[in-house]
Design a binder for this molecule. Structure first.
Ligand code: NAD
Length: 294
């Protein structure tokens, strides 16, 4: 069930001329615009990589909307603290230690989640890592090294194969519930490429491809599969990037700021709601306009 407040839409439709024709331009806070209440009561959501960053904010946003949330992550102490913080807020959350690169671990996480909450309705494939390096590092016109096989394989194992493994393990649970929602973490760099990220970009582009395949495979099963392409979001992942790289991205971001984990969490929450029932196979950019500004 989704209730939408149409106050702002009403304002948009009923202003007449001059600057009043564009009241959106006067709305400074996205909160004052996004007065949408999403009800996920009775839904069980899995958020992989939910101990930190975007995953943690998404777990909180879904739980605030009434979902019972299983936080899957490989970092136990941080993950347990994330779940405990939600429980302290009166929300329903449960930490499950899971490594998305290990099928046995993922199968055990499915079993633990079903034992705790009785089933699964929503899968957010959020866990991700980066190991940046130029494909071939060049100095004075000569090759001096480059991305290693270990760097390539590690990123593929989490960002691509992890999404494949988790989805394959969770879909049988969605079928038992008569359908569900899957949302995968892609990235703006999958759409534009990015210097030094051969491995990461390959996985994020691959995630879009898998999303499109699964729309075709599960479309008749009442399961929607979408992807989110965040721009540069203030998390541990971007905190480790060189300031010059972030500055360059900001220069191309019309919004003029990094995104917050909550910006992305809101998009995930919308895509798993009843309001998004007919959105299937979309790649939703949440990037402050970066993909346009590039
Ligand atoms: P983050 O580093 O803050 O958090 C990632 C989480 O994934 C961590 O809790 C980590 O422990 C977990 N994780 C890593 N490997 C795992 C594994 N094998 N099994 C289980 N959990 C694992 O990252 P973030 O910035 O919040 O990014 C979340 C997702 O969004 C990633 O897929 C990332 O690629 C994507 N993304 C992030 C940005 C950004 O600017 N931060 C932009 C585009 C896309």
């Amino acid at each position: 069930m989704v209730k939408v407040e149409f106050r702002v839409l009403h304002t948009l439709l009923h202003t007449r001329k001059g600057t009043d024709r564009f009241p959106l331009a006067r709305l400074r806070s996205h909160d004052s615009f996004a007065r949408m209440h999403i009800d996920l009561t009775q839904r069980v959501a899995v958020v992989t990589g939910g101990a930190n960053g975007i995953g943690r904010a998404t777990a909180r946003r879904l739980a605030q909307s009434g979902a019972r949330v299983a936080i899957w992550d490989r970092v136990t102490a941080v993950g347990e603290a994330a779940a405990a913080a939600l429980v302290d807020e009166g929300l329903e959350a449960y930490f499950v230690e899971a490594d998305v690169t290990q099928r046995a671990s993922v199968n055990a996480a499915v079993a633990a989640t079903v034992a705790r909450f009785g089933g699964i309705d929503i899968l957010i494939n959020n866990a991700g890592i980066r190991r940046d390096a130029q494909l071939v590092k060049i100095k004075d016109g000569a090759a001096t090294g480059g991305m290693t096989d270990d760097e390539f394989d590690a990123v593929v194992a989490v960002n691509l194969k992890g999404v494949y493994t988790c989805t394959q393990a969770v879909v049988p649970e969605l079928l038992k519930r008569g359908g569900g929602r899957i949302v995968n973490a892609s990235s703006v760099v999958a759409l534009n490429g990015n210097f030094g990220q051969t491995n990461y970009v390959a996985t994020k582009a691959g995630v879009i491809g898998m999303t499109q395949v699964w729309v075709r495979e599960f479309g008749k099963r009442n399961i929607t599969v979408n992807a989110i392409a965040p721009g540069f979001i203030a998390t541990d992942m971007t905190a480790q990037m060189p300031a010059s790289a972030l500055d360059a991205m900001l220069a191309h971001t019309p919004a003029g700021r990094l995104g917050s984990p909550e910006d992305v969490a809101n998009a995930y929450c919308f895509l798993v709601s009843d309001a998004a029932a007919f959105i299937n196979g979309a790649v939703l950019s949440v990037d402050g306009g970066l993909v346009i500004g590039s």
